[in-house]
Design a protein around this ligand. Sequence first.
Ligand code: ADP
Ligand code: MG
Length: 487
Amino acid sequence: MGVFRAVAFGQILTANLILARTLGYPSTADLIAASIDFSEQLCSDSELRLELRRLLEVRGVVRGFEVPVEQKDGRTRWLSVDARVVRERDGNILRYEGTTVDITERRRAEEALRTNLERFQALVANSAEEIIVLDADQKLVYLSPSVARASGYSREESTKLDALAAVHPDDRAIVESCLREALEKPEQPLPFQVRLLRADGSWRWVEGVLTNLLEQPRIEGIVINYHDITERKQAEEEHQLLAAELLQAQKMEAVGRLAGGVAHNFNNLLTAIGGYAELALARLPADSDARADVEEIKRATERAAVVARGLLAFSRRRVSCRESLDLNEIVLEIGALLDQVIGENVELKTTLAPGLRPVEGDRSQLEQVIVNLAMNARDAMPEGGTLTIETASLNLSEPLADFDDSPERGRYVALSLRDTGIGMDEETRAKIFQPFFTTKDADHGTGLGLSTVYAIVEEAGGCILVESQPNEGTTFVIYLPESDSPA
Ligand code: ADP
Ligand code: MG
């Protein structure tokens, strides 16, 4: 401890060696010899000096007054000064006396700490990493500025947030189990990926770790740090979707090739069977008993050819012939077949628009479309119901607002099949045209009906839309472009 006594704002009268050395003098005598104003020697900062003098005059005593000292060689040290005024009887200041403690090391440590703290604060504030600290009751105790920046909340708003409430409802369980695990495993960083609410109501993906540092005395919190990975997630999702689509396309192609190959060979065989049946018929005497049987063979061959053509249509290696067709006529002609398809429980109603313009397409394929849709309608109405088939001419002046895949503007002939069956939910509806998609058991569903319908309608230059609600029936509408050729 340094000790001094000085004339009122003048020379130092006495001092000890410690003070002399602290101020940079080899001996007390050197210090006293160089002394003009003790306060200037004790404090190199003029403002602090004034303050020191003022305090001494007003209060008579100061304690722990921290001042910088410039040593003789120009280096700065810090002193903590305790000093008091000694007055004469009339109140005039006689001298000052006091002690000093060298606090340079402490000041340096404090300074370093402050710099460190400021550096870390700046790092946290400017980091893209978002940091949240919760207390043992999961209340927010700290939130880095990046949280507000990334979530779009103001700093004010974000500090009021309930940390868990911002987590997507489906992901809350993840956070909760992470918190539970953290309580059991202090200091172990636990990774997580969840969706968080932005101020504008949209969701973003974040990824990070949660660490229980409740037992670390300096932190006493659960530290959660994370960063935004929304873009990465979107890219991943897109990638997955594309991969799934590619797989689907490859599957389709393989099935198509297989079905096409089979159908092609099958078709050749049918041609042979039909041809020989024809020849046999020609040779059989008119009154032969076998005639009726051979006629049956011929008819069965023709029916089988329809199936083979359907397969070819699906495989796209089709032998489709385009002709000008009257949809009304087709509906009427297969009416009897449809009655058989839908069974007794289902009532068939047809409403055919008069004077319908022709469309271009393959007759047997369009028949197949109607039959496939009717079969699905029957399956959707196990307890019975009504199937309504309608045709209409329409002139679309603009695409249908309710459908993303609406036909372009133009003149169309529309064919709709409406059932009063079980309908479908959104999720099912999104997949019905995918090959192999079926909600039926293996005996009843192949999942190829609607994909074939889709392929045929597309081939004919048309499009198919579906409207359905669970328990409210289903309506399929096929739009085929009107043909230019005369009816
Ligand atoms: P499948 O009939 O072999 O299941 P489809 O491709 O014909 O295959 O139909 C796919 C799925 O679409 C069906 O399993 C069913 O879930 C749904 N679906 C098709 N038509 C209807 C309909 N009229 N009513 C309700 N669901 C239908
Ligand atoms: Mg089907």
